[in-house]
Design a protein around this ligand. Structure first.
Ligand code: UDP
Length: 325
């Protein structure tokens, strides 16, 4: 039986990856320090013999009993309001955390896949973004803590591959949505859906002309799984090229939820990228992967999920990180 370590296991992507690798017959070891993750995302796995959970911060030395075959490093704050509140933790998990996990992979002779991001392209001057675009990132802007941590992650991963011959994979993840996103994490899908459910106006930042391309969680997990099982070591974009402006997107959410909320405009956050669309030729050619779930279908599913949450979760104020810093 294959043994797979997933960091960030209690997070949105991590928990869905735990489900997938359990379904594939692996023994899964989940690890999370629960700083932004939620244990409820994986508690349905606790009764399984093939699932273990370690409450651990991967920026500290990581030890795992037994021999790992695969490591997936998905631990990181991932929403702009999170990494603005915990910038040092964000930098540490992408840098020190990645270093520790690369060392662990070497020790175990394991294959490691690291979760990079479309944020390595920053506010892109090339459209759509293909993997050979180097990006337009401000190292000192508010988003720099995430972007540069992930750029460092890619850099050190390639160094371990070239210098030590480590078996590595790098996925560049574009905006992804689905169940288990925190309703109050500030990202646009839970933000708009939470606002619709609470009867609040939808807050579009700037004039809403900035664009994003949204990928449904099942498509994302499939792309990541295929990449891990491939022999391709250069970064690969996994995202849905179906692009929309944020203003159009707000209107889509209003139509979907059948609410009569108004759209109100708030200031655009600093360094908010103006456009984002993945070029997925590489994923198509190498992994024979492309997204299957249309946005209208995916949004319906995630809306059902958000509707099923308790009033406590719907009305929870944004988490206070002060005790963790
Ligand atoms: N956004 C918005 N209203 C919100 C939350 C986000 O208009 O309540 C915008 C945000 O400015 C950005 C886009 O939606 O242009 C996507 O934001 P998100 O935080 O989901 O992810 P990003 O792609 O910026 O990392």
């Amino acid at each position: 039986m294959k043994k797979t370590l997933i960091t960030g296991a209690a997070g949105f992507l991590g928990s869905h990856l735990c489900d997938r690798f359990i379904a594939e017959g692996h023994h899964v070891i989940g690890m999370d320090n629960l700083i932004t993750g939620d244990i409820r995302n994986i508690e349905h796995l606790f009764h399984l013999k093939r699932f273990d959970f370690f409450h651990h911060d991967v920026t500290k030395f990581v030890h795992v009993p037994g021999k790992m075959d695969y490591i997936l490093h998905f631990a990181s704050p991932a929403s702009p309001i999170d990494y603005l509140k915990i910038p040092i933790e964000t930098l540490k998990v992408g840098s020190l955390g990645t270093l520790n996990l690369l060392g662990l992979a070497r020790d175990h002779g394991a294959r490691i896949l690291v979760a990079s991001t479309s944020e390595v392209y920053g506010d892109p001057l090339v459209h759509p973004q293909s993997e050979d675009y180097f990006g337009n990132v401000s190292p000192i802007g508010p988003r720099g803590v995430y972007d540069e941590a992930k750029r460092f992650m890619e850099s050190i991963t390639m160094a371990y591959h070239r210098h030590h011959g480590l078996d590595t994979r790098i996925v560049r993840i574009f905006n992804t949505y689905g169940s288990r996103m925190r309703l109050n994490d500030g990202r646009v899908v839970p933000a708009f859906m939470g606002q619709a459910l609470r009867g609040e106006d939808l807050t579009v930042f700037g004039d809403g002309s900035q664009s994003r391309s949204f990928t449904y969680i099942d498509d994302q997990v499939e792309g990541i799984y295929r990449l891990l099982m491939s022999d391709y070591v250069e970064p690969i974009n996994i995202g849905n090229p179906d692009e929309t402006t944020i203003l159009e997107f707000a209107q889509e959410i209003i139509n979907l939820t059948g609410t009569d909320q108004k759209i109100i405009f708030k200031p655009l956050p600093q360094d908010d990228p103006m456009q984002r669309q993945p070029d997925i030729s590489r994923a198509k050619n190498i992994l024979d992967w492309e997204p299957k779930v249309h946005r209208s279908e995916g949004l319906k599913k995630v809306y059902e999920y958000f509707k099923s949450l308790s009033p406590d979760q719907l009305w929870a104020v944004h988490r206070d990180f002060s005790s963790n810093s």
